[in-house]
Write a protein that binds this ligand. Structure first.
Ligand code: HEM
Length: 378
């Protein structure tokens, strides 16, 4: 009697488990089919600016300044994002000598030209935390002595071209409206509310939560050993592109980085210092563009969508070399902290496009001005 009961219970539990598994697979397949249906081309090759974007941007600036105040160190105001630098290093950016004619745009117009530049490598967090903590890693490049009219009226005569990237291909929000809601919740310490703003399941951003979790990745062995993406799109002459910078060790002398002690808070700075300063070995990357094909699902107004490589390949336009150098001095580190990078510092040929970039135009300037003015008062 007890055995029969036991067997029946076992059969019931087994069936229930099978049903749950089946329903899970069906749910997953339906979600994938729905996403594939939603995420299909063609898309617009032009910017589409929604109503109310300017007002939302003003709100976001207030929140960003609130975050800067929350995270200020005892003596200095830091960036609202990417507060901790591993260093600012000298870089040489050389346009490919045999660059295809269609890719000769803006600062890439002259094949073989070498630009002098500076590169700031950073952690993504607003607080300068240990490098071993999961985080995005940033790369900001500034080319110097770039002739031509700058995009921002008050930057004429600065002659710069910036590229601002981090090491994940897509962003955890789609547009300005979602960013406003998300960042306000985060600034209030409500991390889960950021992706689940209400009881209505249609407002839940599960896919975006996964992007955020994937963006917070373990540290690479060195800032020179990871791939950086512009995430948002830019003009490239008449085309629309996303940028990417990938390590290119073949173009530099062979080098094996000695294992770093990852328990040290700043081991990414140590790794960079070990290669460039102690061992005097340069580091190499290539800079690439991925051109939008509007017949595919490669939207301009949604930064949560990675442009897939099988829809459009990345094409190398320049090589980047970090020569052997001593960058880790108090004077150079202060200079690094006081620099400002902004996707809008540059030429019309590389104009940032899409909602998240339009937002960044106002926010980077406001936060940079705020921290510089507060630091000047110290
Ligand atoms: C497309 C996605 C984005 C990427 C790839 C990106 C990347 C970066 C990087 C690498 C930095 C550090 C620059 C440096 O080294 O000085 C930075 C700084 C910053 N980011 Fe972003 N970011 C993105 C989106 C955003 C958005 C949507 C906002 C807010 C609206 C934002 C606000 C800021 C601010 C305020 C700074 C500090 C600016 C300063 O004080 O100089 N970022 N970002």
């Amino acid at each position: 009697m007890l055995i029969t009961l036991w067997l029946r219970l076992g059969a019931f539990l087994g069936k229930t488990l099978l049903w749950m598994l089946g329903l899970g697979v069906l749910g997953w397949a339906l979600t994938m089919a729905w996403l594939a249906w939603q995420h299909r081309g063609p898309v617009s090759a032009e910017e589409l600016i929604p109503d109310g974007e300017a007002a939302m941007t003003r709100d976001i600036i207030q929140t960003a300044v609130r975050i800067v105040d929350q995270h200020r160190e005892s003596t200095r105001y830091l960036r609202d994002a990417h507060a901790k630098a591993h260093g600012c290093v000298k870089a040489e950016v050389q346009v490919l000598p045999d660059l295809a004619t269609t890719l000769r745009q803006g600062v890439f117009s002259e094949p073989g030209k070498t630009w002098q530049a500076t590169m700031r490598l950073s952690n993504g967090n607003a607080y300068p935390q240990f490098d071993s903590i999961r985080d995005a890693r940033g790369m900001a490049i500034k080319l110097f002595d770039v002739p031509g009219k700058q995009l921002l009226n008050d930057r004429q005569g600065r002659s710069e071209q910036d590229f601002v990237m981090f090491n994940h291909p897509n962003f955890f929000v789609s547009d300005v409206a979602e960013y406003r809601q998300n960042v306000a919740a985060q600034a209030d310490g409500k991390k889960i509310m950021a992706f689940f703003p209400g009881w209505d399941p249609r407002t839940w951003q599960v896919r975006h939560l996964f992007i955020a979790l994937a963006t917070l990745s373990p540290a690479p062995a060195s800032p020179t050993q990871t791939t950086y993406f512009s995430v948002s799109p830019y003009k490239f002459g008449e085309a629309n592109v996303k940028f990417r910078v990938i390590p290119d060790p073949e173009s530099c002398p062979t080098y094996t980085l000695p294992t770093q002690n990852q328990n040290l808070p700043n081991f990414l700075r140590s790794a960079l210092n070990q290669q460039l300063s102690t061992d005097r070995v340069p580091a190499c990357f290539v800079l690439q563009v991925q051109r939008q094909d509007p017949s595919q699902y490669m939207p301009i107004e949604d930064t949560s969508i990675e442009w897939r490589e099988h829809d459009a390949p990345f094409e190398t336009v320049a090589k980047i070399k970090l020569p052997a150098q001593d960058f880790d001095t108090p004077a150079l580190n202060l200079q690094c902290d006081n620099l400002s990078f902004n996707p809008w510092f540059g030429l019309e040929a590389h104009r940032p496009i899409g909602g998240i970039n339009r937002l960044r135009k106002a926010v980077y300037e406001a936060v940079s001005d705020y921290r510089h003015s507060r630091n000047a008062e110290q």
